[in-house]
Design a protein around this ligand. Structure first.
Ligand code: GLA
Length: 421
């Protein structure tokens, strides 16, 4: 009997203990659920509380720039992202000469006519969205239509230097005045010349500005027809057009690897040449007023060399060097390359972006307010990109501040946090 009672007692105890344990696991589960809910709410709140990037950048003296291509002109998510976080925008291809030159159509004066159809749709969007536009780009030897250089636009005999200078001037004036007439004040900066400085083996040995005669083995036809001074002429024509019409536009020279010391020196030499008083620039006017640093950062097509903290130091140094020459400086096409999606790479990418943002936030204190825009080209991850795609190498499929479907990544949050604090 005693034994039986003891048995009942023990089983009762075990039963109660089991019940308690169950209820305590339940509580724990509930608590877990509760904290994760709170955390969720917290992240949601944090996202709501995050201010737009452009608002955070403004007190530090610079605009935040994004990019859009014609293929995204009806993409509401893309447009909302731009409106939400940016106040400057660059069109990826639509203002380039190969997009505007209208083959076969001539003006009365024999100069090539331009087709502004797609570009105007992009400008409509920017104007309505209240975004200022970085005009990109007036003169670029790459992707350039070859017929522009032919004497009669058809047969492969190149036009003379004089004819080419007239064409260049006419083209530059047409483009600048078209947009200022139709969208006054929307374009605040023009990249006048892109990537004129070569990398080695593609410029004349005695040229301290390293102006490229070729690109990847193909002739630079501006150099071929006009000569080394095509860069200076382009700036002179853009400058005269702006001055004559009283437009408020800053003129930039834009290039890649601008933070590498050798290229930086060649670019400084080129700007000295452009702004020097001579027969092209008899008043010694400051024809070039800014440097556009494209800033694709990291290994080209490979993970090695990506997210190297030394690049942040080099970018800072370069901004300061250009600013000391009394030039505005903008980062114009940034992509922080990352080719891998493993946790380590994604975390390192976010942290790199945070450090970069911190450096940029403070840069105007050491460069006298000359840094005026941080524009990002590699805004989105693009994990579906085949390795053979040009953009795969240029940007890296995991370069984004946002995921492919426009969710803010940790990289975005790190940038936001750095700009806010
Ligand atoms: C260069 C040009 C850009 C763009 C990229 C490639 O950097 O300046 O306009 O074409 O190449 O994405």
């Amino acid at each position: 009997m005693m034994k039986k009672n003891r048995l009942v007692l023990v089983s009762c105890f075990l039963y109660i203990a089991a019940l308690q344990c169950l209820s305590c696991t339940g509580k724990k589960e509930a608590q877990k659920a509760d904290t994760s809910k709170q955390a969720e709410q917290k992240t949601e709140i944090a996202e709501v509380e995050m201010k737009p990037l452009y608002e955070l950048a403004a007190p530090h003296g610079f605009m935040m720039g994004g990019a859009i291509g014609y293929e995204q002109i009806n993409n509401e998510k893309h447009k909302n992202m731009l409106k939400g976080d940016f106040n400057s925008v660059t069109f990826t291809n639509e203002l380039k000469a190969y997009s505007l030159l209208d083959w076969g159509v001539r003006q009365k004066n024999g100069m090539p006519a331009l087709n502004f159809n797609k570009a105007d749709q992009m400008m409509d969007f920017a104007q309505e969205a209240g975004l200022k536009v970085r005009g990109h780009v007036l003169v670029w030897d790459a992707y350039m239509t070859e017929w522009f250089f032919y004497e009669d636009y058809k047969n492969k005999t190149f036009a003379s230097k004089d004819v080419m200078l007239k064409r260049l001037q006419n083209y530059i004036e047409q483009v600048i005045t078209h947009f200022e007439t139709k969208y006054p004040g929307v374009i605040y900066a023009w990249d006048v010349v892109n990537e004129a400085v070569g990398d080695g083996g593609d410029f004349k040995a005695d040229d301290k500005s390293h102006v490229r005669t070729t690109r990847g083995g193909t002739k630079n036809l501006f150099y071929e027809t006009i000569g080394h001074d095509y860069v200076k002429y382009a700036f002179k024509y853009a400058y005269d057009c702006i001055k004559k019409n009283g437009y408020d536009i800053t003129l930039f020279y834009n290039d890649y690897n601008t933070f590498q010391v050798g290229k930086r020196t060649a670019i400084c030499n080129l700007i000295d040449e452009i702004n020097a008083k001579d027969k092209i620039n008899p008043d010694g006017s400051k024809l070039c007023q800014g440097i556009g640093m494209q800033c694709y950062v990291g290994g080209y097509g490979t993970q090695s060399g990506c997210m190297n903290p030394n690049d942040i130091r080099l970018i800072k140094e370069a901004i300061e060097v250009y600013a000391k020459k009394d030039l505005q400086v903008q980062i114009t096409e940034m992509a922080v390359r990352n080719y891998q999606k493993d946790n380590y790479s994604i975390v390192t990418h976010a942290e790199f972006y945070g450090k970069l943002a911190k450096m940029i936030k403070d840069i105007n204190s050491t460069c006298d307010g000359k840094f005026t825009c941080w524009a990002i080209w590699g805004l989105l991850d693009n994990p579906g990109l085949p390795e053979s795609d040009y953009s795969y190498k240029m940007n890296g499929p995991y370069c984004g501040l946002y995921t492919w479907d426009y969710k803010k990544k940790d990289a975005y949050k790190k940038v936001n946090e750095a700009l806010a604090n």
